[in-house]
Write a protein that binds this ligand. Sequence first.
Ligand code: ADP
Length: 405
Amino acid sequence: MSESCDQACSSCGEECEDRKVDFSEQPHELSRIKKVIGVISGKGGVGKSMVTSILAVTMKRKGYNTAILDADITGPSIPRAFGINEKARTTELGLFPISSKTGIEIMSINLLLEKDTDPVIWRGPIIANTVKQFWTDVIWGDVDYMFVDMPPGTGDVPLTVFQSLPVDGIIIVTSPQELVSMIVAKAVKMAEMMIIPVIGLVENMSYFQCPDCANKHQLFGDSRIEEVAKQHGIDVMAKMPIDTSLAGACDKGLIELFDNNWLDHIAEFLELEVDLEENLKENGEEQMKIAVASDNGLVSGHFGHCESFMIYDTVDGKVIKTEAVPNPGHKPGFLPVFLNDKGVNVIISGGMGGGAVDIFNEKNIEVITGAQGKAADLVNSYLLGELKSTGSVCHEHQHHDECGE
Ligand code: ADP
């Protein structure tokens, strides 16, 4: 870091090891989006777009304002499933999504390309940038649930997309033909890195129900999905059959008319989540914000030098929202004020300098030092009253101002 550093990384081109970059993007000023749900898969062709479409249709049928952001730029299949052939309109204000037959707002690269059949042969950064623009430049209006059909896989492109959109939860779609355990492990790891909760798994093409005898046949052999889900402590939220009339409805652009209840369980879960959040906010007795100085999901040993602050909004002892705020830099005395401005009531760290502890105390912010382990686990222990501060204060160690002195 140069002597003249003023910690304003976003307006500075210098590559230094202290650089803190926030990839998150703000939506268009005319968009108000309550929940963003990402739908991911290990590879293309397993039915990720199908699950995204059916989820959106299910939530729309329940009366919610629903949208689909088709981030699968190289394999966009959402417009076809909804029978959308017109092109999106651009004005000086921004880009308008196309409304489906039942009023689901949709944006996809196919609504911008001259011909649907034009291949998109762009490199990763351009693809990721296009998705960012679908978030920042599209006038979505009021949306209760936005479903994001993610680029397939767990590589660079989906990762960048995750970093730029405020995804509240992800649904992992698998099919029995895949190496399910490896795919789920990778997807769960990516979600952990991004600190996004996994809502659950959907096994698509799970079985075929014989129209004559009504028996269910597992065409690809016995499913291992329950076992894999258990290993990762997540739920199998739905199993969808191979259904030729479903594929037919998609081909004809009539997915909205296709009757099914396969994803109702997920829809109920999403409804409950929002209700719970709103109810608790309105009626909750005790609200608290807990910040954990973190490095890659683990509590940091050095408060001032942590990568980010994981901020947990809690109501009546339950976490209702998690947010990762990149560390804006460690000017003396700055971070306690910064966290106070964010409404934080408790700060958890490994080590912390005495100067920072004093400022937190002055601001009536509880300080827990000496913590070790996963940020989320520490917050749960704190809420159960089981996390106590060791009171350890960094005095004169080598990293000096790293602990917020
Ligand atoms: P992805 O988004 O993972 O690339 P899609 O959702 O586009 O996959 O599905 C790939 C193809 O498989 C599509 O033609 C779709 O209609 C078909 N398909 C997906 N799920 C099913 C299903 N459960 N039954 C029948 N066909 C399906």
